[in-house]
Design a binder for this molecule. Structure first.
Ligand code: GLU
Length: 475
């Protein structure tokens, strides 16, 4: 590539960053980095009613959390009004745009008549014939007006790097509105000015923007700008193959972050939504993705958001993370659920995390799985202590045997020595000894083996929990 690549991620801050936006950001990042180019972040906040600062913050903090760094920006369209104004004036002066004062009633009536005649609705061009003087006069008198682009109405074709040649007949659009007034330009116009001003070489965005592209090309021509190259990414689909939306649950990045999916797994997962690296490899680091990424392996058809795959990848990265680091990452999740982590020594915490590392899919599962370690009083149904059709009496006796074994252990207090001693005592009746013990220690139907739990709890706490269980059985 001759000129250096410059891509941009240009979200509108009208809601939380969602997985679809993030995929767009990622592909822009990968393409720019693959070509040793630059990624620009641009906040498209021209819609004053719907744009909110908190959504911009949500977007930037999530990109940062994921390690998707950008090279320039964030630029904000709301801070660039002067730049747009200059281009709007240029178009107005050159007669390539004009003021339109048609009222909404007039436009509605026009539309209705067109529909009756079986025509596609479009602006009839009524105000095209107003002279500049007449327009100025109306503006002076406070008549509300918008600025329309004088659409030359011809066929536009462009080479999309994903979809090949795309053709549009722009005469079907009529003269479209590009600004609500000279201070308030609209999306299609600001994008054209910014992509030029920011020297964007490649516009990589969702395929829902395909219909905007011919309009943008017309405006680029009118302003004498070179067009960037376009690559429109396939839609993200839910498992029911309909467009991914709220119906498939909350798709905000913040939700996945709060649930404790590791950033690496989210990036790995999204990279494969619409891009096919070829071959069998499924796990890719960001560095590998940068190396391998190319737009010609982006598919045209929609990409299904397979939540199970994300879980699998997240589990994979959790298993790969060194224990010490994983424990650090897990702390905020435990803390949020009310675990008094200050009172725990880090070795103990690490052993707890290790116990669940194999089966975790997201760190947010940890408080639920491991919460029993941190409770002073476990709550469970007394009957859960009984193995099969055991009576309360038998269950309590079994716990007595187990506590005798634990009391008898001198050194080392380790899962291995506990397992050995308990299995020796249990003989053939493993369930009868281990089930009540495990429930007494964890209060749960499912948990890691009692040896592991007891070794972390320590002898005193293990015995205390056994006594409590016996008390429940006999009271
Ligand atoms: N601001 C637009 C959006 O959030 C994207 C514009 C573009 O990529 O051209 O959908």
């Amino acid at each position: 590539m001759k000129t250096s690549v410059r891509t941009r991620f240009a979200p509108s801050p009208t809601g939380p960053l969602h997985m679809g936006n993030l995929r767009t950001a990622l592909f822009n990042y990968l393409f720019a980095h693959h070509h040793k180019g630059k990624l620009i972040v641009r906040v498209e906040d021209t819609d004053k009613e719907r744009s909110e600062k908190r959504w911009e913050e949500d977007m930037l903090s999530n990109l940062t959390w994921l390690g998707l760094t950008w090279d320039e920006g964030p630029y904000r369209q709301s801070e660039r009004t002067k730049i747009y104004k200059a281009s709007l004036e240029k178009l107005l002066n050159e007669g390539k745009a004009y003021w339109c004062f048609c009222s909404s009633e007039q436009l509605a009536q026009e539309r209705e008549e067109q529909e009756k005649r079986g025509e596609a609705p479009r602006y009839a061009g009524t105000c095209r014939s107003l002279s500049k003087k007449e327009a100025q006069e109306k503006l002076k008198n406070g008549v509300p007006g918008v600025i329309r682009f004088l659409n030359p109405g011809r066929k536009i074709s462009f080479e999309d790097l994903v979809r090949g040649t795309i053709e549009f007949d722009t005469s079907l659009s009529g003269d479209f509105v590009i600004a609500k007034d000279s201070e308030n330009p609209l999306y299609n116009f600001t994008v054209v000015v910014d992509d030029h001003d920011m020297k964007i070489t490649h516009v990589i965005r969702g395929e829902d923007h395909i219909p905007n592209t011919p309009r943008q090309i017309l405006m680029q021509e009118a302003l004498g700008f070179e067009s960037p190259q376009y690559a429109h990414l396939p839609l993200l689909l839910g498992e029911d193959r309909t467009k991914l939306s709220k119906r498939q649950g909350d798709m905000s990045v913040t939700r996945f972050r709060q649930e404790g999916y590791l950033p690496e797994s989210i990036l790995n997962f999204l990279a494969l939504l619409g891009w096919n690296p070829g071959g069998e490899q499924e796990v890719f680091s960001l560095k590998e993705l940068v190396e391998k990424f190319s737009l010609d392996r982006v598919q045209k058809g929609g990409a299904v958001f397979d939540a199970k795959r994300l879980e699998w990848l997240s589990g994979h990265y959790i298993r790969e993370t060194p224990l010490e680091e994983l424990t650090k990452l897990a702390l905020p999740y435990l803390e949020k659920s009310g675990v008094p982590i200050e009172s725990l020594d880090s070795k103990k915490l690490q052993s707890i995390v290790q116990l669940f590392q194999e089966r975790l899919k997201a760190l947010g599962e940890l408080p639920e799985l491991a919460g029993f370690f941190f409770k002073t009083e476990l709550e469970y149904e007394t009957d859960l202590l009984k193995w099969k059709d055991m009576s309360s009496q038998k269950a309590s006796e079994s716990l007595e045997r187990a506590s005798n074994v634990l009391n008898g252990i001198v050194e080392p207090w380790s899962p291995e020595s506990l397992e050995k001693a308990l299995l020796e005592t249990a003989g053939e009746d493993k369930g009868g000894l281990l089930w009540p013990l495990r429930v007494a220690l964890s209060g749960r139907k499912a948990s890691p083996p009692p040896f592991d739990i007891a070794s972390i709890l320590g002898k005193n706490e293990a015995i205390r929990r056994i006594r409590h269980a016996q008390h429940l059985l006999t009271s």
